[in-house]
Design a protein around this ligand. Structure first.
Ligand SMILES: *[C@@H]1O[C@H](CO)[C@@H](O)[C@H](O)[C@H]1NC(C)=O
Ligand SMILES: *[C@@H]1O[C@H](CO)[C@@H](O)[C@H](O)[C@H]1NC(C)=O
Ligand SMILES: *[C@@H]1O[C@H](CO)[C@@H](O)[C@H](O)[C@H]1NC(C)=O
Ligand SMILES: *[C@@H]1O[C@H](CO)[C@@H](O)[C@H](O)[C@H]1NC(C)=O
Ligand SMILES: *[C@@H]1O[C@H](CO)[C@@H](O)[C@H](O)[C@H]1NC(C)=O
Ligand SMILES: *[C@@H]1O[C@H](CO)[C@@H](O)[C@H](O)[C@H]1NC(C)=O
Ligand SMILES: *[C@@H]1O[C@H](CO)[C@@H](O)[C@H](O)[C@H]1NC(C)=O
Ligand SMILES: *[C@@H]1O[C@H](CO)[C@@H](O)[C@H](O)[C@H]1NC(C)=O
Ligand SMILES: *[C@@H]1O[C@H](CO)[C@@H](O)[C@H](O)[C@H]1NC(C)=O
Ligand SMILES: *[C@@H]1O[C@H](CO)[C@@H](O)[C@H](O)[C@H]1NC(C)=O
Ligand SMILES: *[C@@H]1O[C@H](CO)[C@@H](O)[C@H](O)[C@H]1NC(C)=O
Ligand SMILES: *[C@@H]1O[C@H](CO)[C@@H](O)[C@H](O)[C@H]1NC(C)=O
Length: 457
């Protein structure tokens, strides 16, 4: 059974190798992370995708172990809600190689357990293929391809971006960072088109200088476009700044800054060829190894801005936390002026509703140093009036440190065992990400050793 699975993996790998000869670019989803519940949540894959250029004909490789995970192509709605009821397609053999044969947005999720809602989801935008420009590159391939395979690097076709997507070009009541966030994961190139949608007579689009943009002093402009939809073709590389000349629009957040690159850039070749998996070797029966452990990190919440209500944004702490990995043993430092703030750890519901009538703990003397003692979600705000609703709130997810790799018998890598492990961990830690069963290696968090020995299963 296990031997059969290994053969299957090998066959899939060989298939991938054959396919990659004709493919344009092979994107290994998440790079070395693979297709897992990412430690920091879904941002891992959106950050990864933001850095890649997907063109029709490219292939995605979702690296997971057959039976332990899967990948499903779904609609945007299913992606947003993590609804795996009726996927468009589903791949159950890992690593799954998927050829992108259509332009536009593509959405992928894992249908296993709560993996999607824990961040195992990927959204990409695929542009239409254009004339391939030959360039040598190294394709990551398993040992079947012993020599680097020359392949073609696609140039990128112009992309039409609808600014703000569905919300259009407007002042948004709930945020001043809508356009900053919208632009954050996009690549703009000369030849691309920006489309600004708005109701005729209620807005305009003004291209302005950086200083006008920064100060929101819009007395002079580079160009103003008044008739919607405004279509601006990006003709020059460098920074471009857009806002509206209507009163207060700029300071209310109706402003977009983008950086346009000179020309379609070839997808960078991987600097190193990933070590091919030893797919044909049987998994070790019993073994134990430790991963390099990570030293505790001290994080200064908000860095230089400290712990405060920030006039210009309600998302400062969400953005601050977004690209960080918190682990048990790490320290959070909250800096503020004595007597002007406090730090309250609260429940998720108190955090979500900004009802701070009851708290888990309150720390009043700055600098507040909190050592993350337990894995899972932690929520912090201030009990001072209105601070929470003005954005002085921080949610983090801390993971158990001191990972141990335990290689078990093939029997223990059976999907049903993995599901038991997943449920166990969900129940105890709410962190499915602490358990990753790959190639018959179960990665467990150290504290799991408190649980009954696995031979019980
Ligand atoms: C870009 O970010 C937005 C929201 O932050 C998200 O909805 C979208 O899927 C992201 N796109 C890509 C390609 O990651
Ligand atoms: C994006 O890619 C560049 C070049 O390949 C790399 O230096 C950079 O670290 C990447 N950024 C992220 C966020 O992965
Ligand atoms: C999930 O999607 C299916 C079909 O697409 C739909 O019938 C079902 O109501 C959805 N479930 C939820 C919870 O939205
Ligand atoms: C596009 O890819 C999907 C999934 O990879 C496949 O089901 C479909 O048949 C392909 N379409 C074409 C036209 O090749
Ligand atoms: C802000 O409101 C718009 C609709 O006006 C909505 O699409 C968007 O998700 C909201 N953003 C946040 C951060 O709540
Ligand atoms: C748009 O509004 C302007 C006045 O603000 C008006 O002159 C123009 O005719 C309108 N155009 C359209 C297409 O409605
Ligand atoms: C706005 O900028 C103009 C020049 O572009 C300058 O003359 C004016 O003083 C500035 N106004 C303010 C309030 O800074
Ligand atoms: C897939 O993951 C395994 C380890 O989990 C690794 O050895 C292998 O190189 C990865 N494959 C790719 C294509 O990244
Ligand atoms: C908000 O203001 C702080 C200083 O109070 C500054 O450091 C930060 O860059 C500003 N953020 C934005 C998005 O303007
Ligand atoms: C996290 O984001 C900040 C600003 O957005 C950036 O300065 C920092 O380098 C990022 N850190 C990592 C680890 O990507
Ligand atoms: C901090 O402020 C409190 C009152 O808000 C005061 O009792 C305490 O002495 C102050 N501590 C320091 C170190 O200034
Ligand atoms: C706030 O939470 C407390 C319990 O923690 C509850 O008694 C109170 O009704 C809540 N207030 C509001 C406005 O929901």
């Amino acid at each position: 059974m296990a031997r059969g699975m290994n053969m299957l993996v090998l066959m899939v790998l060989l298939g991938a190798a054959i396919q990659s000869c004709s493919a344009q670019t092979t994107h290994v989803v998440g790079d070395s992370l693979g297709w897992v519940v990412p430690p920091g949540g879904a941002i891992a894959y959106s950050t990864w995708a933001a850095n890649e250029t997907f063109v029709v004909g490219d292939t995605l490789v979702f690296n997971f172990t057959t039976g332990m995970d899967d990948v499903a192509k779904v609609t945007k709605a299913a992606y947003d809600s993590c609804n795996s009821t009726s996927p468009i397609s589903r791949w159950t053999n890992g690593p799954a190689t998927i050829t992108l044969n259509q332009s536009g947005e593509h959405f992928f999720i894992s249908t296993f357990d709560r993996r999607c809602s824990l961040g195992e989801k990927l959204a990409i935008n695929v542009s239409a293929a254009s004339g391939p420009a030959p360039a040598p590159t190294t394709t990551p391939t398993p040992p079947a391809a012993s020599a680097p395979v020359p392949t073609t690097t696609p140039t990128r076709s112009p992309v039409t971006y609808t600014v703000g997507d569905g919300v259009g070009w407007n002042v948004l009541v709930n945020t001043t960072q809508a356009y900053e966030l919208w632009a954050a994961n996009k690549t703009f190139m000369v030849g691309d088109i920006l489309v600004f949608n708005f109701v005729n007579g209620t807005q305009n689009v003004a291209e302005v200088t950086k200083s006008a943009f920064d100060s929101c002093n819009i007395t002079s402009t580079i160009s103003v476009y008044a008739v919607p939809p405004v279509r601006i073709t990006l003709t020059t590389p460098g920074e471009h700044f857009y806002t509206s000349t209507y009163p207060n629009r700029c300071s209310l957040g109706q402003k977009l800054a983008i950086t346009v690159s000179a020309a379609p850039t070839p997808t960078p070749a991987p600097s190193t060829t990933p070590t091919p998996p030893a797919a044909s070797a049987p998994a070790p029966a019993t073994a134990s190894a430790t991963t390099p452990t990570r030293s505790p990190v001290t994080y200064t919440v908000g860095e230089g801005v400290g712990w405060n209500v920030l006039v210009n944004t309600t998302q400062a702490y969400a953005l601050w936390a977004a690209n960080k990995t918190f682990m048990v043993g790490d320290t959070l430092v909250f800096n503020f002026v004595n007597g002007t703030q406090n730090v309250a750890e609260v429940t998720k519901s108190a955090y979500d509703s900004c009802n701070t009538t009851s708290t888990i703990s309150v720390y009043t003397v700055p600098p507040v140093r909190i050592i993350l003692a337990t894995p899972g979600e932690h929520f912090y705000t201030s009990t001072y009036p209105d601070r929470c609703s003005l954005g002085q709130k921080l949610a983090i997810n801390s993971f158990s440190t001191f990972y141990h790799h335990h290689a078990f018998s093939n029997r223990l890598c059976h999907p049903s065992v993995h599901r038991q492990l997943g449920r166990l961990f969900e129940r105890h830690w709410l962190v499915l990400g602490d358990v990753v069963c790959r190639r018959c290696v179960v990665v467990l968090d150290y504290s799991s050793l408190l649980f009954p020995p696995f031979t019980a299963w």
